[in-house]
Design a binder for this molecule. Structure first.
Ligand code: ZN
Length: 680
């Protein structure tokens, strides 16, 4: 990018962020997710960090959360209320550690980590032990006097006293100080948010977007009776001492401040803990992610700070943030990045998938550099061009996808993408099927298709050969060791040991797992063949109906069509597959190599017998595979396609086209909870 491009991009980013801020904060609607908006702000922040001359006074990065309202009296904070810099990965955290090591000349930090609660920061001042004032952060230096409202929060003591069985000596001495300032977060639980929004809706008033907005909106009410009804809570995390007071009291660490807060009767984060190094902090962070959904409050990360107060103070402040602390946020589920190119991938059944090559970005905790664009229709729907800035997302273990194009950030240099008319790998003329939505390379010997078939053959749903991932498969092809999947079973230890990255030990391991995989169930074997339109469910239906492979191979179109969910297209595809001599000989070679197919067991009967289920969207309490297994275990039929015969469509978060189809056909739609009730 030229300097002019960078200037333009910065200007457009600002405008876009302001547009979304307006929608979010004024109109109470969200066109993009919180995560995506944060990602936009972060891009702007990084640009401004690199080119400080581009910072303008009206830039969103210069905004201090919650300006001081004229509605309230002002209170000047005894010490500035700072904000925190953000980290999103272990790399960011290590970079922070390196910085503070350099700055302090020390290398043995103890860290204190606590939940980053998503509420409104408050400052409480106690004079001679009595609560005299409470204020918002405001602009950091001056806050709003909301003392009256703060006094409605039951978890805030109006007078400091000692609680707990064995209060520490320094806690007793704190009671004698003439001035004590406590900082913490005012919160509303997730349940509280739902309850209050229901009331708001009933009364035709604004809906709050999240708990933080609600806490802020509540505490800034002019009528404290309204505040009292909102059941706010307060979690304390900081005591502000002068250096002299702290030395006299003997409070040397942030962990001890937490102890004192507890002794003085404040609610504190029960998970907060000190760690000897960042590895401990990383484990803590990971364990909190696991519990995140179950917490009664919204949390968006972990605050990590240098535990020893002396060192923390010496590290000082850079800009508006303390150098010795950082917010280690949870990885966003959506982020903004750029499409550098769109490349066609030819799959095992010949389907052409346009894949976006992205500027690498962290989404859901992993670095993403590819996202699927599904097909030509989807590219049209998104209106995506090469060079566009886009929102990419990732839900659960699903492949990342492109969710929205930020056309506002276009420069005019973006390029349109067109699907090729010939296969980019083998040059065969592309055919269209499924009503023209899917473009396919029809050449079964296409090199890309052959490789993809082998990846799939060795994969989790088929032969499940441990240690035989796509990279090893590529190496086997590149060294001429295999032509197709049947050659895998003829590989020797010496063949494999010559490959890069293979020692003799790992060669032995791979040979052992290949041998083990030779015993396979019929459905898995069918899946491994990569027959067009035959996925896991159809394979299970076929296996249950015919019992063994020879029956399926001999079956006519009429024998197959009408079995459970198998329609005309699928039946034709199966018959065509087994008619082709190349496929017959492939299966023959597998059997000769010693592959043994177990007979399919009889189908179980259960409370879901006769019912079919199609899943769409992300389930939160169990995985899609687990849900299907649950259905199967109870005698029901999980299926991939929605038809009039489908009994139920189960819709998780962000359901896709299957949901729309269910609505259109009048098929009953279940929520995840409703589905789980049926299985109990
Ligand atoms: Zn091809």
């Amino acid at each position: 990018m030229t300097q002019h491009d960078i200037n333009e991009h910065t200007r457009k980013l600002r405008k876009l962020i302001n547009t979304y801020r307006y929608q979010y904060h004024v109109e109470n609607r969200l066109e993009i997710s919180d995560d995506a908006l944060d990602s936009l702000k972060r891009e702007l922040f990084l640009l401004e960090e690199k080119y400080p001359e581009l910072i303008t006074p009206d830039s969103p990065t210069q905004r201090v959360e919650g300006a001081v309202s004229k509605k309230f009296k002002k209170i000047k904070h005894s010490a500035r209320m700072l904000s925190l810099q953000d980290a999103f990965s272990t790399d960011d955290m290590r970079a922070w550690e390196t910085k503070i090591e350099k700055f302090s000349g020390r290398h043995d930090f103890q860290y204190f980590a606590e939940l980053k609660l998503d509420g409104l920061a408050l400052s409480l001042v106690y004079k001679n032990g009595v609560l005299t004032s409470g204020a918002t952060r405001g602009d950091g230096a001056v806050g709003e006097d909301i003392t009256v409202n703060i006094k409605t929060i039951d978890s805030i003591p109006l007078r400091l006293d000692l609680f707990g069985a064995r209060p520490h000596a320094f806690s007793k001495k704190i009671l004698e100080l003439s001035d004590v300032e406590i900082r913490g977060e005012a919160l509303i639980s997730k349940k509280g948010l739902v309850r209050i929004n229901k009331d708001q809706e009933k009364n035709g008033e604004n809906i709050y977007a999240n708990s933080r907005n609600l806490a802020a909106g509540s505490l800034r009410q002019l009528d404290s009776r309204i505040v009292a009804k909102r059941s706010l809570e307060f979690v304390a995390y900081d005591i502000i001492f002068s250096k002299k007071d702290r030395d006299a009291l003997g409070v040397l660490t942030h962990a001890q401040e937490h102890q004192a807060l507890k002794d003085l009767g404040f609610k504190t984060d029960p998970y907060a803990k000190a760690f000897h190094n960042l590895d401990g902090v990383f484990d803590f962070h990971a364990s909190i992610i696991e519990k995140r959904e179950a917490f009664p409050y919204e949390i968006d990360g972990v605050v990590v700070q240098v535990d020893e107060s002396d060192i923390f103070d010496r590290l000082g402040v850079v800009g508006k943030t303390p150098r010795g602390a950082i917010a280690y946020k949870f990885a966003p589920q959506e982020a903004i990045t750029r499409i550098e190119d769109i490349v066609i991938q030819v799959g095992r059944t010949g389907a052409l998938t346009p894949v976006a090559h992205l500027t690498p970005i962290n989404v859901g905790g992993v670095t993403v550099s590819r996202a699927t664009l599904h097909n030509e229709d989807e590219i049209g729907r998104l209106g995506v061009k090469i060079g566009d800035s886009v929102i990419v997302g990732r839900a659960g273990d699903v492949i990342p996808d492109v969710r929205k194009v930020l056309t506002e950030l276009r420069t005019g240099k973006e390029k349109n993408f067109h699907m090729p008319v010939k296969c980019p790998v083998c040059g065969a003329k592309i055919e269209k099927d499924d009503g023209g939505v899917i473009a396919r390379c029809p050449n079964i010997e296409c090199q890309s298709r052959t490789r993809e078939r082998v990846y799939y053959f060795a994969g989790r749903n088929a032969f499940d050969i441990d240690g035989l991932g796509p990279k090893i498969v590529d190496a086997l092809f590149d060294n001429g060791l295999i032509q197709d999947a049947s050659d895998i079973f003829g590989l020797t230890r010496d063949d494999i040991a010559v490959l890069d990255r293979f020692g003799e030990k790992s060669a032995d391991n791979l040979i052992a797992s290949i041998k083990k995989s030779k015993h396979i169930t019929l459905p898995r074997f069918l899946v491994a063949l990569s027959i067009l339109h035959v996925g896991e469910e159809t394979a299970i239906d076929l296996a249950e109906h015919f019992g063994e492979l020879s029956g399926i191979a001999r079956a006519s179109y009429d024998d197959i069509v009408g079995i459970k969910n198998i329609g005309e297209v699928v039946a034709h595809s199966i018959v065509d597959y087994f008619k082709d001599n190349r496929n017959k000989s492939f299966i023959e070679r597998l059997i000769q190599a010693g592959v043994e197919i177990a007979r399919a067991p009889k189908k179980k009967l259960g409370k879901l017998t006769g019912l079919s289920f199609v899943f769409t969207g992300e389930l939160t309490s169990i995985s899609r595979d687990e849900a299907k297994a649950l259905v199967r275990g109870l005698g029901g039929d999980p299926s991939e396609t929605v038809s009039k015969k489908t009994s139920f469509v189960v819709a998780g978060n962000a359901p896709g086209s299957k949901y729309d189809k269910a609505k259109k056909l009048g098929v009953a739609v279940l929520t995840e909870d409703e589905f789980l009730k049926k299985t109990r």
